[in-house]
Ligand binder design. Structure first.
Ligand SMILES: [Zn+2]
Length: 245
């Protein structure tokens, strides 16, 4: 009997290669084998996203919208397409933790679960730092190509971190390339698009970046109380980081 599904498996006698003896073998349960394989491949694809431990468990199912704009954002991110999520606190507060990072991570996990697609998730300040390091080597062009050509790109907290001329130029190239080709892109910020244009002052790229991104993405405002305070406690790992990234 299969220990997975209880199906009856019929043993058969197998000869050893020299024909000296025989022994009973059980065939594998094909449906269970296929299911295991699928589950394993899904896990592999999610692992290959390279998400940080703080992102563990940030699925659509674990997201609990409190406000109408959060419910709307969940629906829209789930439906696919390119979006720019602007996090705003409903009363006072910094507007961080409204769940926009959770939603963008969930989109990556869902895409990886659904099939073998090239997904790139980046917290922008970490990406800018990495680009500074790679600028001296040829590695940077490979990174930029991945960012331009992947099936789904998330740039989380695009407005945070040091926006050097290099960062501004790379973000511009990404925005241009992806908008021309209509590639699915999710951007999150705590600043409104007009403010983001001012943040990428260096080299005068700001307005061009914002106009490309606005052409590609629908802008959605996600208002809410700090999501980290209302999130369910099942995934303490996901919240250990403290900062909303
Ligand atoms: Zn079975």
């Amino acid at each position: 009997m299969c220990t997975g599904c209880g199906a009856e498996l019929h043993p058969y006698l197998e000869d050893d290669i020299y024909g000296r003896w025989q022994r009973w073998q059980f065939p594998p349960c094909r449906p269970c084998d296929a299911r295991d394989q699928e589950r394993w491949q899904k896990a592999e694809r999610i692992a290959s996203l390279g998400l940080a431990p703080r992102h563990a468990g940030m699925t659509f199912e674990a997201y609990e919208p409190v406000t109408d704009s959060q419910r709307h954002a969940l629906e829209r991110v789930r439906a696919g397409g390119s979006l720019w999520l602007v996090g705003l606190a409903s009363k006072d507060g910094p507007g961080t933790g409204t769940g926009k990072s959770h939603l963008s991570v969930a989109a990556c996990i869902a895409a990886a679960e659904a099939g073998a697609v090239h997904v790139e998730y980046h917290v922008a300040p970490e990406l800018y730092a990495r680009l500074r390091g790679e600028a001296m080597s040829e590695g940077m062009e490979d990174t930029v190509r991945d960012l331009c050509e992947c099936d789904l790109l998330v740039l989380d907290d695009l407005d945070k971190g040091r926006k050097t001329p290099l960062a501004a130029e790379v973000v511009y190239r990404i925005a241009e390339e992806r908008s021309v080709n209509g590639r699915r892109t999710l951007v999150t910020t705590n600043s409104r698009p007009g403010e983001v244009a001012g943040l990428f002052r260096e080299g005068g790229y700001g307005p061009a970046i914002v106009s490309r991104l606005r052409g590609l993405c629908d802008v959605l405002t996600v208002e809410g109380p700090d999501h980290r305070l209302t999130a369910r406690p099942e995934f303490p790992e996901a919240r250990k980081g403290g900062t909303n990234r």
